[in-house]
Design a binder for this molecule. Structure first.
Ligand SMILES: [Zn+2]
Length: 127
């Protein structure tokens, strides 16, 4: 809601600045109204920035909800830690219960093996 209000106010300020600029003949007299139009552009940009950040946050929350990263019980994580088995790709290694490992035939191996070949921990399951 805040982003929509910012963009709407920015659009009104931009049109008002444009209207004032178009009504003045000399360059010097147009500058104050031009500054008002630029302020409108800044408000529109701020509104779009807030809208974008809210969308990013919603996508992040949804991804966390779908992948269940927050809901992973500590007991399962501790069991995986005890066996020291992780599955990996070329860049990352994961806990065996990570959603990124589902339906893949990656062979489990110890953490040290993954770190030796330069793999980094997955950002979702945080092994
Ligand atoms: Zn993972």
């Amino acid at each position: 809601m805040t982003s929509a209000v910012l963009m709407a106010v920015g659009a009104i300020v931009l049109v008002a600045g444009w209207w004032e600029v178009s009504d003045r003949a000399s360059m010097e007299s147009q500058i104050p109204a031009f500054n008002i139009a630029v302020l409108g552009l800044v408000l529109i940009g701020a509104g779009q920035g807030l809208w974008f950040l809210r969308g990013r946050r919603a996508c992040s929350d949804r991804r966390r909800l779908l992948l269940g990263a927050d809901a992973a019980p500590a007991v399962i994580s501790a069991a995986v830690e005890d066996t020291d088995s992780f599955a990996g790709t070329e860049r990352f290694y994961h806990r065996l219960d990570c959603a990124m490992v589902d339906d893949r035939d990656w062979a489990p191996s110890p953490r040290a093996t993954h770190e030796r070949v330069g793999r980094t921990p997955c950002g979702v399951c945080a092994p």
